[in-house]
Design a binder for this molecule. Sequence first.
Ligand code: ADP
Length: 401
Amino acid sequence: MEKKLKILLVDDDLVDRMAVRRSLKKAGVQMDLSEAEDCTRAIAILKEKNFDCVFLDYHLPDHDGLDLLKDIQAIGVKVPLIVLTGQGDERIAVEMMKAGACDYLSKSRVSPETLFQILQNALRIHKAEMEAQLANQRLRETNELLISQNQELEQQRQQIELQNEKLKEVSQLKSDFLAIMSHELRTPMNAIMGFSQMLMLQRHGSLTAKQKQMVERIFNNGQNLLTLLNEVLDFSKIESGSFQLYLEQFDLAALITVTSEELGSLAVGKNLTLQTELQLKNPLVVNDRASLRRILVNLISNAIKFTDSGGVWVEATEISPELVAISVKDTGIGIPEQDLENIFEAFRQVDQSITRRYSGTGLGLAITDSLVKMMKGKIEVESELGKGSTFRVELPRRLER
Ligand code: ADP
């Protein structure tokens, strides 16, 4: 015990106090000793000053030791208490220990050695208790913090869930609206096209050249509108999860050839070459023919649309017996790097302005991407601005049901 200990000795008996004081001094305890002869004085001193230890006689003039101990606890002072008992006061001592005293010593056994020993023990135990209390307090605080953070997280999770639900609802409403609107518009559109076709056949009297030209424009614009409506309808079906693939075995090479031929006139109209290069040892695949045609049409017509000179190449290769790849390459305007990842999103177009040069809904690649995903394949794009783009689709040869 190197530091000077602040000790309070509470005893109404002068002789007993002297005996304790002497023994402590003899034991070599460096101390600043305060003394009190009753409970009232002891409490007053304890309120003024901090102590390292209190020696306490049980029998005091105003109250007993137990009352004092409770008073000390009531004013929130945490200090080790050593009870000094008279002969045969063991029962009282046990009572005091139960109430929170640290140790007890019979006055008849007071000696430098016993006091030193008991003081050392009391200080050690008190220190350990304080440390444990502090650790407990910290643990409680951390626990409370964790609980409140957990509550906050839970609240945030619930909010996100709510927002997700709302978003899903809005998205569903949007899909429903698109589906209904495009479906409803298709019927009058078909009538417009049917009647304009009949007019073009000139069965009910001949048309002037000007009238014929006007009817042809009605028909062509109607066709464009119908394509657009079909795209919107398909997209809303895919988005709502109601679109299904119909699997069958067919010749992929033949499908690519036929589709390229169908779109050939578009390329010719722009003075572009359209070539196919088919390197499939086994051209048979199991997939949804109509959806795969859809992918080819989207990619080839985009390639033609966004190319002003040069050409378009469609290539099919076998990566492995179980994996085939289709590439559509063009020498067109290319896509800026920052737009490469966005172009597969619905309604995304590199040029979003109203006055844009190229027509379209911005749904073609979104539909293509969704279909490729449904087919358990992947789509990639490489592009250089002003030089051209290559879209590459990888698909399993056999799609399982
Ligand atoms: P759109 O109806 O506009 O063609 P898509 O979803 O098919 O919609 O394509 C989205 C956008 O990606 C296009 O508007 C265009 O900006 C860009 N894009 C697609 N294919 C090509 C291509 N071969 N060359 C350059 N840009 C392309």
